[in-house]
Design a protein around this ligand. Structure first.
Ligand SMILES: [Zn+2]
Ligand SMILES: [Zn+2]
Length: 354
């Protein structure tokens, strides 16, 4: 593998892409440019990608991998080339995809669970934090925008590819809606956009759990009506206080730790719903806690593809502005700094431009 420092102009057989060599070690390498491998593939020229909260588990040494690993699974871009069987997108289209590729035709996809598609595979096997990306199952995975977007829409369209779609699914799984009080555990990009989704779905009250002033501000921008700074048992007690002692109707869990999961379950009233979308790490729920909680639990990897057409429309019509979660933009070459900023929480979410 060639190393960073060797210039490319995006032409020829090479490109630049972020690669993690181990915890805390992200480099931008010159790598081989992807090509069509199957007739259902598309190759995109990446317009923007970003660092995900879930990338940080590996960065922090909390996940094992066969290093080195090409990074990134959130992307928007322009179709460069398609395989012979691809029908729904064409070269020149601006497209949004999500992190899992799906056929969008099997029974599981038809039920709206494209992240569990019988043909599921990684949508960005070569890493989306790069100049070019091969996307498998292009017809079922990519959604074209109505035209070439204005530059200021790109962050929002990029947000749709994961964090908005994931926050939206969490809100739907938590059955956020009119008359409901929604609590949101987690003030990362997914939690913040869960707030936006809950608001859009008509929730009456949205309680954001956050102790960071900048994130609280964004939470309020996105529709939070209350902020709870306490965590754990104190946070649960505070939510009960705000809900006549009952707990929230709907709770979004957007972290994935033992503490956050239990906080979400306990903050929810019996009969209520928990939508959990933080990738869980070492979470275990005691059978008795579950048995006596009386709550509905639903979540997992968000079927972002189900929501993409609607989300793209809302963004295109400028009715939502989820791109505000990107508080920092960096050139792809500074990917290492982007990971550092997110790891140290000096940035909420970093957008990378190749
Ligand atoms: Zn992600
Ligand atoms: Zn499917």
């Amino acid at each position: 593998m060639m190393r960073v420092g060797q210039p490319t102009n995006g032409k020829g057989n090479n490109m630049r892409g972020a690669v993690m060599y181990g915890p805390g070690d992200v480099r931008v390498d010159v790598r081989e440019r992807p090509t069509i491998l199957k007739p259902t593939d598309a190759v995109l020229r990446v317009t923007a990608s970003c660092v995900c909260g879930s990338d940080l588990w590996a960065y922090r040494g909390l996940e094992d991998h066969d290093w080195p690993v090409p990074m990134g699974h959130e992307y928007v871009g322009i179709v460069e080339e398609v395989g012979s069987e691809v029908r729904s997108v064409r070269p020149g289209d601006f497209v949004v995809g999500s992190f899992f590729a799906s056929d969008n035709t099997c029974e599981i996809c038809a039920a709206g669970y494209q992240t569990h598609c019988v043909q599921r595979e990684a949508a960005a096997p070569g890493g989306a934090q790069s100049e070019f990306l091969r996307v498998p199952l292009a017809d079922g995975t990519l959604v074209a925008t109505p035209g070439m977007p204005e530059d200021d829409l790109i962050p929002s369209l990029l947000a749709a590819s994961d964090v908005l779609g994931t926050g939206w699914f969490a809100a739907v799984a938590a059955e956020a809606g009119p008359g409901k009080t929604v609590a949101v555990v987690g003030d990362g990009a997914v939690g913040l956009l869960g707030i936006l989704a809950a608001k859009q779905l008509g929730a009456e009250r949205v309680i954001a759990m956050s102790r960071h002033a900048d994130r609280q501000r964004l939470a309020r921008d996105f529709g939070a009506t209350d902020i709870v700074e306490e965590r754990g048992d104190d946070g649960v007690a505070r939510i009960r206080e705000l809900t006549n002692g009952l707990g929230a109707h709907s709770t979004i869990e957007a972290v994935g730790t033992q503490e956050s999961m239990m906080q979400a379950i306990r903050a929810t009233r019996p009969s209520g719903h928990v939508g959990f979308v933080g990738v869980t790490h070492d979470v275990s729920i005691s059978g008795l806690d579950l048995f006596f909680s009386g709550v509905h639990l639903h979540g997992g990897p968000a079927p972002v593809r189900r929501f993409l057409p609607d989300l793209i429309r809302l963004i295109w019509e400028r009715r939502i502005d989820p791109g505000k979660v990107f508080d920092v933009t960096m050139p792809l070459d500074q990917a290492a700094a982007a990971y550092r900023a997110m790891d140290q929480r000096t940035a909420i979410k970093v957008l990378l431009r190749p």
